[in-house]
Design a protein around this ligand. Structure first.
Ligand code: NAD
Length: 353
C-alpha cells in the first residue's frame, strides 16, 4: 500500500540550535507526518518564492510576514504559517485570514526563562558583575566604581502582567521588593505579589520598570520623552518584550541627561537584520544603538531571553503539534488564524513592520 504523502515544512532563519531541537522533537513524536528543510536566511518578500512546493513555513521573530510576503507564499502553495515564538506583531493576520492561511504560534514556552533573564540583566547592571569580571581577569581587584543597590525593599513596576510579567513579579517579590503593576486587564493572580496601579503612578514610584506587554499600535513607544520624564530620577528600565515599546532616541537623551539611571535591553526596535547575526568586523550604521552601547549603565543583549534548553525543546514540540493539527485538520488551541478566521481571542491591530 502506498504510504500517505508527507507534508513539507521549510524552516526560515534556522540556526544550528533550531535544527538540533527540531530534529530531536521530530524524531520523538511527529516525524512520520512531514519532511523538514532548513534555510539559514530570513523570510521576506524576496525569499518567499523559495517556499514553492512546501505546505508550511516556520518562522521566528525577525522574519517578515507582511501582506506581500503572505501573498507570495500562498501563490507558491504554502497554506500554514508556524511561528516558533509567542509574539505575532510581525504577522499581518488580517491578510493571512483573507488568504485562508492557517497561522499558529507557541504562546508560552517558558515564561520563567524570560523572567529569570530579566533578573540576570538587572543584577548585572546593578551589581556591575560584567565589569568586575573584566577587571579581575586583567588582575585588577579594585572595586571602586562597582557599587550597586540592594534590591530588598525597592519598588519594581511591571507593565503587562501576563505569563512573563507574573513570573517576573514572583521572582522580584522573592527578593523582598514592593511590586506594582499596570495592565489593561488586571490578572487577579498578581494580588499575592503586589498592587495594580495606573501607569503614571507606576512610572513615578518604581526604582525598576520592566516591560512585558505586547507590541501593538497602542503600546508602540509607550516609553517616550513624556513617559520618561514621569519616571523617578535614577530608575532602571528593562525591556525583554519587543523593541518597539521604547523610543530609543528619547531613552538616549534621558540617559545623557542622567535622568534614567540605567537601561537593560534584550530587544531593540531596529533589531531586524542585526540581531542573531555576527556583525563583528563590520561597520554598523545604527548610530542610536552604537551610542547606547557607549554608556556604562546600558546593557544590551540580542533577544535571548527565551534561550534555554527547556524553552527550545518546548518550542519545537509545540510547533510540531501545531503542524500536526493543521495536517490532520483538528482544531488547534494555539491557532491565531484558522480556516480564514482570526481567533476571536486575538487582538488584531494593523501591522507596521
Ligand atoms: P501575555 O500575552 O501572557 O501577557 C501580555 C500582557 O500584556 C497581558 O496581561 C495583557 O493584558 C497586557 N497588555 C496588553 N496591552 C497592554 C497595554 N496597552 N498596557 C499594559 N498591558 C498590556 O504575553 P507574555 O507571554 O507574557 O509575553 C510578553 C511579551 O514578551 C510579548 O511581547 C512577547 O513577544 C515577549 N517575549 C519575549 C521573549 C524574549 O526572548 N525576549 C520571549 C518570549 C516572549
Amino acid at each position: 500500500m502506498e504510504s500517505p504523502k508527507k507534508a513539507r515544512l521549510v524552516v526560515f532563519s534556522a540556526k544550528q540550535y533550531d535544527r538540533f531541537f527540531f530534529d530531536i522533537a521530530a524524531s520523538e513524536s511527529h516525524g512520520t507526518l512531514y519532511e523538514i528543510e532548513y534555510l539559514d536566511f530570513a523570510l521576506c518578500s524576496e525569499t518567499a518564492p523559495l517556499a514553492r512546493g512546501y505546505d508550511a513555513v516556520c518562522v521566528f521573530v525577525n522574519d517578515t510576514l507582511d501582506k506581500d510576503t503572505l501573498e507570495i507564499l500562498y501563490a507558491n502553495g504554502v497554506r500554514a504559517i508556524l511561528l516558533r515564538c509567542a509574539g505575532f506583531n510581525h504577522v499581518d493576520l488580517v491578510a493571512a485570514g483573507e488568504l485562508g492561511l492557517f497561522v499558529a504560534h507557541v504562546p508560552a514556552y517558558s515564561p520563567e526563562a524570560v523572567a529569570e533573564f530579566v533578573i540576570a540583566l538587572v543584577q548585572t547592571l546593578n551589581r556591575k558583575t560584567h565589569r568586575a569580571f573584566n577587571r579581575v581577569r586583567e588582575g585588577n581587584f579594585n572595586i571602586e566604581g562597582l557599587i550597586g543597590t540592594t534590591l530588598n525593599g525597592k519598588t519594581v513596576g511591571i507593565v503587562g502582567i501576563g505569563r512573563i510579567g507574573l513570573a517576573t513579579a514572583r521572582i522580584f517579590n522573592g527578593f523582598g521588593c514592593k511590586m506594582l503593576a499596570y495592565d489593561v486587564n488586571e490578572n487577579p493572580d498578581f494580588a499575592r505579589y503586589g498592587t495594580f496601579v495606573g501607569l503614571e503612578r507606576l512610572l513615578a514610584e518604581s526604582d525598576i520598570i520592566s516591560l512585558h506587554c505586547p507590541l501593538t499600535d497602542s503600546t508602540r513607544h509607550l516609553i517616550k520623552t513624556e513617559t520618561l520624564s514621569k519616571m523617578k530620577p535614577g530608575a532602571l528600565l528593562v525591556n525583554t518584550s519587543r523593541g518597539g515599546l521604547i523610543d530609543s532616541t528619547a531613552v538616549l537623551e534621558s540617559l545623557k541627561s542622567h535622568h534614567l539611571g540605567g537601561l537593560a535591553l534584550d530587544v531593540y526596535e531596529a533589531e531586524r537584520g542585526l540581531f542573531y547575526t555576527d556583525h563583528s568586523g563590520k561597520i554598523i550604521d545604527d548610530d542610536v544603538l552604537m551610542r547606547l552601547l557607549t554608556f556604562p549603565n546600558v546593557l544590551i543583549c540580542s533577544h535571548q531571553g527565551f534561550f534555554t534548553k527547556e524553552a527550545l525543546t518546548e518550542i519545537a514540540h509545540v510547533t510540531f503539534a501545531n503542524l500536526s493539527d493543521f495536517i490532520e485538520r483538528r482544531p488547534c488551541p494555539r491557532s491565531l488564524v484558522a480556516a480564514g478566521h482570526i481567533d476571536s481571542s486575538v487582538r488584531v491591530e494593523p501591522v507596521r513592520l
